[in-house]
Design a binder for this molecule. Structure first.
Ligand SMILES: [Zn+2]
Length: 468
């Protein structure tokens, strides 16, 4: 038979001799021989387990013995490594990664340092580059979904689109003029345009991001609440964060707390995600629960800014949805979420003078399903269950700090580093394999970030400002 004829029959011959038997279901990716923490409602674990992914969904998860029902285009043999849902960072300002390590120990940093700095440097290019840098940091640390609040959020969306993470992106509305909008009215119009453009994106949920109750007018907050219900999109905001906010709102509202004030103006609902929520009394917590408001708990930023500790134990007791956040890279300062874990556990133990509170498993719950509930994404992500989107991370368990592993939740909270994250899959796509990012040129992004930082340094020095 001439070679040409043989080549015609090759696909049929290949199929006949393929390792896949006809009884096996062909999937795209299989993770085998892993220790699977599903983070489902029963906290099911498969110490020797597997996951099968087809398209962007999980089609099977269970004990390794069931893996033989499947064959895959790509199979990763995990040799006992830990598998869990990707982490969800419920509050950050990703593009501020380019300002990291500036003004860390300055008092009244927001008004005295950050706002003037942003006035000089925020541009489309800066937002995109900062988003690339921050997305890489989060991807390498196991974050698969994050919520962002910043300017030119369409530029953040381009970076998310390219690198492959999932994100809720909030376009900022604030009473001060900004690079992307001179007035709150312009900012709301910008947000509406952004929302219409990205509303049906597979991985991006566009949102409104009023900076805070005290940095926006009552009318603008009401308008945003109304529009968020109309478009059915989240509203991300800083809430009950500082004494200054509390005083301003009390003056505006005849003594109400920021949370009670938002309820009084009709701006407290299931679409709202409040970041920080440090100054919440019992009545506030009841209002959060009643109105199904999600809370982003940012412990490292809150203790570094000396603002206080949010009453998260009371919130969890009352059934409020709480996720973990890092805040921006000028606040936290890492945004990969893992660094929050141990701090959340230890600070709440100290604050409550009880080492039994805030156990490790609760931290991992907040970092996964808790965050998904906060962002109203619980039907899609947050746990490893059949039918859910395949957002999955794998931790290398062979490093010294991950050994031994009697309790995987404790290891993740108290001794894991971001660098222990080995593989990351988002929406069924392998974005990082053996710590190599497959969707971006990491070194090129870091080089451009260095170049940007040189410009920042030059300008600050020319203005006589200290960068130390
Ligand atoms: Zn923030």
């Amino acid at each position: 038979m001439p070679f040409k004829c043989l080549s015609l029959y090759f696909p049929i011959i290949a199929l006949l001799f393929s390792s896949a038997s006809f009884s096996e279901e062909l999937v795209d990716i299989m993770l085998i021989n892993g220790h699977v923490l599903t983070m489902d409602a029963k906290l099911t674990q498969y110490p020797q387990g597997f996951i099968a992914i087809k398209g962007n969904k999980i089609v099977a998860v269970g004990p390794q013995t069931q893996a033989k029902q499947f064959s895959a285009v790509e199979t990763l043999d995990l040799d006992g490594d830990l598998v869990l849902p990707g982490f969800i960072n419920t509050h950050t300002h990703v593009s501020m990664s380019l300002f990291r390590s500036l003004g860390d120990d300055v008092s009244d940093r927001l008004h005295g340092y950050i706002f003037p700095l942003e006035k000089e440097f925020v541009s489309r290019e800066m937002v995109y580059l900062g988003a690339e840098l921050g997305n890489l940091e989060m991807l390498k640390g196991g974050v698969t979904t994050y919520a962002d609040m910043y300017y030119f959020e369409d530029e953040v969306a381009k970076a998310v689109d390219k690198i492959g993470l999932r994100a809720v992106l909030g376009q900022t509305v604030i009473k001060y003029p900004q690079a992307d909008a001179k007035t709150p009215k312009e900012a709301i119009a910008y947000a509406e345009k952004f929302i219409k453009k990205y509303k049906s994106h597979a991985r991006i949920t566009p949102a409104f991001a009023p900076h805070g109750p005290y940095t926006n007018s009552t009318e603008d907050l009401q308008k945003i609440a109304e529009l968020s219900l109309l478009y059915d999109v989240p509203v991300l905001t800083h809430l009950a964060e500082s004494q200054k906010e509390q005083t301003t709102i009390a003056e505006r509202s005849d003594g109400l707390s920021p949370i009670a004030y938002l309820e009084s103006i009709g701006a407290l609902n299931k679409n709202l995600v409040g970041a920080h929520v440090i100054l919440a009394n019992d009545n506030d917590i009841t209002l959060l629960k009643k109105n199904r408001v999600g809370v982003a708990h940012n412990i490292s930023a809150n203790i570094k800014s000396a603002k206080g500790v949010a009453p998260v134990l009371d919130m969890l007791k009352q059934g409020v949805d709480v996720g973990l956040g890092t805040d921006g890279p000028m606040s936290g300062n890492t945004i990969s979420l893992i660094d929050e874990f141990s701090q959340v556990a230890k600070i709440h133990k100290l604050w409550n003078k009880d080492r039994s509170v805030m156990p490790a498993v609760d931290i991992i719950k907040m970092a996964t399903m808790g965050g998904a509930k906060v962002l109203n994404l619980e039907d899609k992500v947050g746990s490893l269950e059949i039918g859910k989107l395949a957002d999955i991370i794998v931790f290398d368990t062979k490093s010294a700090n991950m050994t031994p592993m009697y309790n995987p939740y404790s290891v993740l909270v108290y001794s894991a580093y971001a660098t222990d994250v080995k593989h990351s899959i988002v929406d069924g796509k392998l974005l990082m394999k053996n710590r190599e990012v497959l969707t971006a040129n990491e070194q090129n992004v870091i080089k451009r970030a260095h170049e940007f930082s040189n410009k920042v340094k030059e300008l600050l020095i020319s203005q006589g400002k200290s960068i130390l």
